[in-house]
Ligand binder design. Structure first.
Ligand code: AMP
Ligand code: TRP
Length: 348
């Protein structure tokens, strides 16, 4: 069976960008593949986090996985820091990743420009991401377009280590929806930027937990382009095209059909209807989220998930450590032939 892995940072409340670009695909893939969906709390730490907020966001992100339709019986849902193999393998990845490769990452450049302090963790972030994916011998990684470069680096690291140390890792494929299918949902305030939960301006995104009135207000105040025509044209009408993509994905109606339906309407009517479509999309998610907020429910799901994930991760980690020449802690339990062939003759 195909293996799927993806991660989401608990760095704020998830947005419809996260849902349309990634989570929506998780719910479908869980019936076709052996899926691992991870709340990557250690990645969130690469920029400053308030500890109390990080704690709540981690639990809420996991709750939203389930509220959006990921079934903990079908898929393994867990928290990255609960499986220490991620950080252990990450170090081994860092030692096989080049400074120049990390320096070229556009996400690093963007985030470094936004923060006064740039941590070493922000720089080596892609090595930890590669560890996340490669630990599970992943075939496919469903993500938004913004993660393409990180996945290419993951593939390069996997191939490099396979060449150097023997076949250790599956080389994973990205699974990225085209822009018209939610691969890159843009900010409601600036259609040149992606919608991001860590933005300082909450009007730029719709959070999955925004109440209906907030959703309506944010869509009403979304920027639009000049002219009155409702037409999909990302070059000439980037803001409206983004709204059309959201509308189409929220309702399942094609962009062509929406253009036709709003041929004689202005932006006002279009936005009012879009707001209702988004409110309807979010209502069942918010309802399930409330049910999952009972104490202990998500904690139990995560504990079971970590156990399942750990078993798979431990196997890969042990193979990598052995292949790289690290002596296992219980060396006596390991085949003596390897120790004999490796030990220099002067000390035997
Ligand atoms: P993050 O919130 O950065 O951890 O992203 C979690 C997942 O959502 C990743 O697969 C991202 O690529 C995806 N994602 C985040 N923002 C967007 C967006 N604006 N449009 C489409 N996908 C997104
Ligand atoms: N870097 C990803 C993001 O910001 C999150 C992530 C971490 C991830 N590890 C991953 C995504 C492994 C897919 C697979 O969206």
């Amino acid at each position: 069976m195909k293996r799927v892995f993806s991660g989401v940072q608990p760095s704020g409340s998830l947005t419809i960008g996260n849902y349309l670009g990634a989570l929506r695909h998780f719910t479908r893939l869980q019936y076709e593949a052996d899926c691992y969906f991870c709340v990557v709390d250690l990645h969130a730490l690469t920029v400053p986090q308030d500890p109390e907020e990080l704690y709540q966001n981690t639990l809420n992100t996991a709750r939203l996985f389930v509220a959006c339709g990921v079934d903990p019986k079908q898929a393994t849902i867990f928290v990255q820091s609960h499986v220490p193999a991620h950080t252990t393998l990450s170090w081994l990845m860092e030692c096989n990743t080049y400074y120049g490769e990390l320096r070229r990452m556009t996400q690093f450049k963007d985030k470094a420009a936004k923060h006064d302090v740039v941590t070493a963790g922000l720089f080596t972030y892609p090595a930890l991401m590669a560890a996340d994916i490669l630990l599970y011998q992943t075939d496919e990684v469903p993500v938004g377009e913004d993660q393409r470069q990180h996945l290419e680096l993951t593939r390069d690291i996997a191939m490099r280590m396979n060449n150097r140390f023997g076949p250790l890792f599956k080389v994973p494929e990205p699974y990225i929806a085209p822009k018209t299918a939610g691969g890159r949902i843009m900010s409601l305030q600036n259609p040149a930027e992606k919608m991001s939960k860590s933005s300082d301006d909450p009007r730029s995104y719709i959070a999955l937990l925004d109440p209906p009135d907030v959703v309506r207000k944010k869509i009403r105040s979304a920027v639009t382009d000049s002219g009155r025509e409702i037409r999909y044209d990302p070059e000439e009408k980037p803001a409206l095209s983004n709204l059309l993509v959201i509308y189409s994905l929220a309702t399942g109606e094609s962009i062509d059909s929406l253009e036709e339906r709003y041929r004689n309407s202005g932006y006002g009517q279009f936005k009012a209807d879009l707001a209702e479509a988004v409110v309807e999309l979010l209502a069942p998610i918010q309802e399930r989220f409330r049910e999952l907020s009972e104490p202990g429910v998500i904690e139990n799901i995560l504990a079971e998930g970590a156990d399942r994930a750990e078993r798979v991760a431990a196997e890969t980690l042990a193979r990598v450590q052995a292949a790289m020449g690290l002596v296992p802690r219980h060396a006596a339990a390991v085949s003596s032939s390897r120790q004999e062939t490796r030990a220099p003759s002067s000390i035997t």
